[in-house]
Design a protein around this ligand. Structure first.
Ligand code: MG
Ligand code: MG
Length: 265
């Protein structure tokens, strides 16, 4: 079921998503060669709780196995999504890490993801990050009242496939509000003019998951970690937006994250 949000609810959603943005920036400050993904998880968990919210991912139920053990997903290199934070996963120079974060604040959810570089990465990888982020914003630009879900997917898919990248099919964006995952689904592929119509008050997470090679993925025995079939790296950028006064209103933010990235590299 689709729940359209009131003006007040959109502002509550903005608050939850701004906390996600701040959390990702805090994590970003700590990302460097030698740090473990368990340390990053600890930083995020404390920051979220210190700000009166809950990390939505912690204990998130899994249809295939046990609940998610971390407060963020930390997906390194060929891990596309749902990487589990671990004291054994040590970041090294040239890695990329997608940090996906969700918060529940005053009854509403925030959800955003950013793929960080660790130290110096190759030009090939930089182009993947740049293209995936561009695809996210191209998807957002099309999210205006009267357009359809397929318009978003088409914008993301065509931008990434033009570079020869694989658009992951198994995981998609989603409606978001009091629940982390509400209707409708928001695929990163699609046809223009197809699918549900976008209306004022609709809040959705748009989240391209884009692989350097094949779009095919598989699940690791931990029943969470999703990797690319060919072992090539993948990027993941996500914003939560509202359709507000007919136009896309980005409720999360990369501003602080990018300021920190710029100061490091
Ligand atoms: Mg997310
Ligand atoms: Mg999401």
């Amino acid at each position: 079921m689709i729940f359209l949000k009131t003006e007040d609810e959109i502002e509550l959603m903005r608050a939850a998503n701004q906390l996600v943005a701040q959390t990702l920036a805090e994590v970003g400050k700590a990302i460097r060669p030698g740090v473990t993904t368990a340390q990053l998880d600890q930083i995020a968990d404390e920051f979220i709780r210190d700000h009166g919210a809950l990390p939505t991912f912690k204990g998130f139920p899994n249809p295939y196995g046990g609940p998610f053990p971390g407060s963020i997903c930390t997906s390194v290199n060929e891990v596309v999504v749902h990487g589990v934070p671990s004291a054994e996963t040590v970041l090294k120079d040239g890695d990329i890490i997608s940090v996906d974060c969700g918060t529940l604040l005053n009854g509403y959810n925030g959800d955003s993801c950013y793929t960080f570089q660790v130290g110096e990465v190759s030009d090939e990888v930089k182009l993947l990050l740049k293209t995936t982020k561009e695809a996210l914003y191209k998807g957002i630009e099309t999210a205006i009242a009267g357009h359809r879900i397929g318009d978003i997917g088409y914008a993301v898919q065509s931008h990434c496939e033009a570079q020869g990248y694989g658009v992951v099919r198994e995981f998609v964006g989603h409606g978001i509000g009091k629940d982390m995952h509400e209707d409708p689904q928001v695929p990163n592929y699609g046809r223009r003019g197809q699918g549900k119509q976008l209306k004022n008050g609709l809040c959705i997470a748009i989240e391209p998951m884009i692989a350097m090679g094949t779009h095919e993925v598989y699940m690791m025995p931990d029943r969470w970690t999703i990797k690319t079939r060919d072992g090539k790296v993948a990027a993941h950028f996500e914003h939560t937006i509202a359709i507000h006064h007919g136009k896309p209103d980005i409720l999360s933010s990369f501003e602080e994250i990018e300021r920190i990235e710029a100061s490091k590299y």
